[in-house]
Design a protein around this ligand. Structure first.
Ligand code: NAG
Ligand code: NAG
Ligand code: CA
Ligand code: CA
Ligand code: CA
Length: 331
């Protein structure tokens, strides 16, 4: 009975989604990606040089994959965009030799001959016997190169693989809808400094989480407890997560409308905090929910908060019930 009701509601929801409310959004992935209609995909040119492996991981972290051209048309379209926006001469693409030397395949395991294999003159030459990763030159030709060199790269997300997080009204499936609070959160397991964390939340159409009530604090504590963070290695500070407040204009304020922290609804500092004496200008929360000031350059886990636009998403109001079901139940 319940599942039939959910089925009908979800069906209606999807219908509304397709015809009115969600349409403008369907071609949105993240703020930092550019949609190109010709290839029906989103791209981001990363200017920070990374090794091939780092580049691949970076794209994956953004919910995308390391770009490689599917064919001549896509190579042209993307190089054209690259020519218009960035000066560098080559980028890593998602093609390497993961298994056998000189046997090139894409990051998703497709032989290079099934996609784009316009090698430059004399390539691939496996120079020095150490070239296993492929770069694309601006003229459209490929070269095998050393995987630990650092190059810019391009990430891609095709429209057809874009899933919509119906609960949160964004594509990122990493966001979890919290009914009690009427909004969504994502715990980020890649530690970053406060500034980078702020930017990452922003590109996900969200903001570095701001606690506005004890309920919200309790939820962030529970989320932090649950997050599979114990095996994350690296040089970062354990025991606290970045949050959206900072010391600015001689006071602690949230990043939302620069609201003074005491007006935010939650000011439960940890014992003795803030203790940075002006050195620690960024906001964080100890795993137990108490607030802490911390140096902005310290890497920590962090939580993004996403508000759902109730006006555009009026079905949330009308079909509030639907949120007791999973998005794909009965579909
Ligand atoms: C991009 O620029 C390169 C070098 O300036 C040029 O050889 C190439 O034809 C251009 N490609 C496209 C698709 O605009
Ligand atoms: C944060 O890290 C980035 C590198 O990811 C660096 O460029 C930036 O200067 C750092 N910011 C602070 C405040 O430490
Ligand atoms: Ca080569
Ligand atoms: Ca909040
Ligand atoms: Ca402190």
């Amino acid at each position: 009975m319940l599942s039939l009701k959910c089925f009908i509601v979800l069906f209606v929801l999807q219908y509304i989604c397709q015809t009115t409310y969600c349409q403008p959004n369907l071609k949105f992935f993240r703020k930092d990606y550019k949609y190109i209609e010709d290839t029906k995909a989103f791209y981001k040119i990363h200017t920070l040089h990374r090794t091939w492996q780092e580049a691949k991981e970076r794209c994956s972290m953004e919910g995308a994959t390391l770009f490689y051209p599917d064919d001549d048309d896509e190579a042209n379209v993307v190089i054209n965009y690259w020519n218009e926006t960035q000066p560098f001469s080559w980028v890593y693409i998602g093609i390497s030799t993961p298994n056998v030397k000189q046997v090139f395949e894409t990051v998703d395991g497709v032989p290079i001959t099934d996609v784009y294999d316009r090698w430059g003159p004399g390539e691939p030459n496996d120079a020095g016997g150490v070239e296993g990763c492929v770069i694309l030159r601006r003229d459209g030709t490929l070269n095998d190169d050393q995987c630990d060199k650092k190059y810019p790269f391009i990430c891609k997300k095709s429209l057809s693989t874009l899933e919509w997080n119906v609960y949160c009204d964004i594509p990122d499936q990493g966001y979890e809808y919290v009914k009690k609070l009427g909004r969504c959160y994502k715990f980020h397991l890649t530690p970053m400094n406060w500034t980078d964390a702020f930017t990452v939340c922003n590109t996900e159409q969200s903001y570095l989480a701001v606690i506005n009530s004890q309920d919200e604090a309790d939820h962030l504590v529970a989320m932090t407890k649950k997050a599979p963070k114990d095996n994350v290695e690296g040089n970062y500070v354990r025991g606290a997560v970045h949050l959206g407040f900072q010391f600015k204009r001689n006071r602690w304020q949230t990043i939302i409308k620069n609201m003074p922290l005491p007006d935010s609804g939650y000011t439960n500092w940890g014992g003795g905090q803030p203790d940075g004496k002006g050195e620690e200008k960024c906001g964080s929360m100890f795993y137990n929910g108490h607030l802490n000031d911390i140096c902005c350059d310290q890497s920590l886990f962090f939580i993004c908060e996403h508000e759902i636009d109730l006006l555009r998403n009026s079905y949330v109001l009308r079909f509030g019930d639907v949120f007791t079901a999973k998005p794909h139940d009965g579909m």
